[in-house]
Design a binder for this molecule. Structure first.
Ligand code: KIV
Ligand code: NA
Length: 279
């Protein structure tokens, strides 16, 4: 496959073909996403929670995101890559945001950046896009602001908040965002926002009426121990944790039983036992 560019994404949007996006946070998870033919790979700051075991996304540092962005970029030949700007690296001023975005591009080696926020982030989005860095916006449930939102809650349920969502989506579009993530909003609201915009919407927990979809890879793979809380919108397409558990258990058992390593896993010796004994 040829590398996916902004132009490729725009033509998918024009043809009304759903845009597929998934997160990846390292070399193997990016490999699988790229091989599966995903249009976009997001190095989301959700990695803080699903891969680094942090309680929320606010703890992850720009330097840490850069390490993960770089490993994802090395495995990606075809998908269009996006790196999340972590909390605290873009809210102070557009200049701060541009500086962080440049680091994500230069050091993280991804093709674009994502940041959370609507109308209030318009000058920031404009600053970054003017510098030639594509920006994916993110409105609705914005996890970096969970403390202000009162937790991970559905947004755009009331008329007032649905209208705010529409305003935010238009503000980020006018500021130059190439697409916008809609997270945890009622399906009908997301569909109306999508119809009203002239850039693609990428939904997560936002129903079927968006221009594309995104999921957190570790969630959709089922790569976590049983009993972990999952948002309603996550469909578990696999059971990677169970499969990993099975494999690691078998390895452990075979070592305890001395059935692994078997002959085919070992190297032959060139000298005879007798020769060896002479030393
Ligand atoms: O960090 C992330 O994975 C995200 C997606 C859920 C959109 O922001
Ligand atoms: Na994120």
């Amino acid at each position: 496959r040829k590398p996916t560019t902004i132009t490729t994404l725009q033509s998918l949007y024009r043809r009304n073909e759903p845009i597929t996006m998934i997160t990846a946070h390292d070399f193997p998870s990016a490999h699988v996403a790229d091989h599966a033919g995903m249009d976009m790979i997001l190095v989301g700051d959700s990695l803080a929670m699903v891969a680094l075991g942090m309680p929320d996304t606010s703890e992850v540092l720009l330097e840490e995101m850069l390490l993960h962005c770089r490993s994802v970029s090395r495995a990606t030949t075809s998908a269009f890559t996006v790196g999340d700007l972590p909390m605290g690296t873009y809210e102070i001023a557009p200049e701060q945001a541009l500086e962080s975005a440049i680091r994500v591009i230069k050091e993280g080696r991804v093709k674009s950046v994502k940041l959370e926020g609507g109308k209030e982030m318009a000058p920031t989005i404009s600053k970054i896009t003017t510098a030639g860095i594509p920006v994916l916006a993110h409105v609705g449930l914005t996890p970096q602001r969970q403390n202000a939102l009162g937790g991970f809650r559905v947004q755009g349920k009331s008329t007032v908040s649905a209208l705010k969502l529409l305003q935010d989506a238009h503000a980020v579009q006018d500021a130059g965002a190439f697409a916008v993530v809609l997270e945890a909003v009622p399906a009908e609201v997301a569909a109306l926002v999508t119809e009203s915009l002239s850039i693609p919407t990428i939904g997560i927990g936002a129903g079927n009426g968006c221009s594309g979809q995104v999921l957190v890879q570790i969630d959709m793979l089922g790569n976590f121990p049983p009993g972990r809380f999952l948002p309603k919108f996550v469909k578990q397409f696999g059971n990677v944790w169970e499969e990993s558990l099975r494999a690691v258990r078998s390895y452990r058992e075979e070592v305890k039983e001395r059935t692994y390593p078997a002959k085919e896993h070992t190297y032959p010796m060139a000298m005879s036992r007798e020769e060896f004994g002479e030393f």
